[in-house]
Write a protein that binds this ligand. Structure first.
Ligand code: NI
Length: 252
């Protein structure tokens, strides 16, 4: 079975067939999905989606690209929606320095820290987004040492070691199947398996041989088989371990 620890089925890419697709996925090999929120309002929608699908849970939080308008009132709202029984994490939260015209870094830092504090207050794990911001992400994580996962991990082996030292998990997605994924291949080969989560980040980052297509959770099979080959295991073993890890981290 496939457990997708990070997806965005609320994306407009799924507007034409969201329910048909989710019904087909859960009727097939997919045993669970975590829908990741990016704003307060889409975190609410993620929980509404979770209410309709027994095997879909949600992370609630404000993505760093959405942090420009962040205020403390958002934290009060997140605190309320995080009490929903299917809200299993605060996420995705973090830092994104990729876009020149993205949210100013000082606001990203404030938004990130406030949500890490909220996660600590509520004893919830966190889902971390780090794009081109490895050093600052790690520095701030060390201040809070949360439980959780660095999703769609893109750092070096050295950074992976630091993340593991904090007790956190590493989320690996379709990128590990890409030809130029040397660093991530190294991380996937070396990391302890009990910290591995598999994810899609659907609709983005479909694995090879489906690269470029709209991604959905069933495609994790290709990510798992790449990791299985690196580790000398079967694809089913990798899938099973990743699912156990996700269920342990998110406590269901
Ligand atoms: Ni995401």
């Amino acid at each position: 079975m496939i457990f997708d620890s990070h997806a965005h089925y609320l994306s407009t890419a799924f507007d034409d067939d969201r329910d048909t697709l989710l019904t087909a996925l859960f009727g097939g090999k997919v045993s669970g999905i975590i829908e990741s929120g990016t704003t307060v309002s889409d975190s609410r929608e993620a929980l509404a989606l979770a209410d309709r699908y027994p095997s879909l849970w949600a992370a609630v939080g404000i993505h760093p690209q959405e942090a420009a308008t962040f205020t403390d009132r958002d934290i009060d709202e997140l605190r309320v929606i995080a009490s929903h029984p299917k809200a299993v994490a605060i996420g995705e939260i973090g830092l994104d320095y990729h876009y020149e015209d993205g949210a100013p870094r000082d606001i990203q830092h404030r938004c990130f820290r406030a949500q890490l504090a909220l996660a600590r207050e509520l004893s919830l794990p966190v889902v971390i987004h780090d794009r081109d911001a490895h050093e600052d992400t790690l520095t701030i994580l060390k201040e809070y040492s949360p439980e959780g996962v660095v999703h769609c991990f893109s750092g070096s082996v050295e950074m992976a070691r630091e993340v593991l030292k904090l007790g956190m998990h590493i989320g690996i997605g379709g990128v590990v199947t890409f030809k130029n994924a040397r660093k991530l291949v190294e991380v996937a080969s070396e990391m302890p398996l009990d910290r591995l989560l598999l994810e899609t980040d659907a609709p983005y980052l479909a694995p090879v041989p489906l690269r470029g297509e709209r991604c959905d959770s069933s495609m994790i099979i290709h990510t798992a088989s790449t990791i299985a080959a690196l580790r000398g295991m079967t694809t089913d073993e990798v899938l099973r371990i990743a699912e156990e890890n996700a269920r342990r981290l998110y406590r269901f």
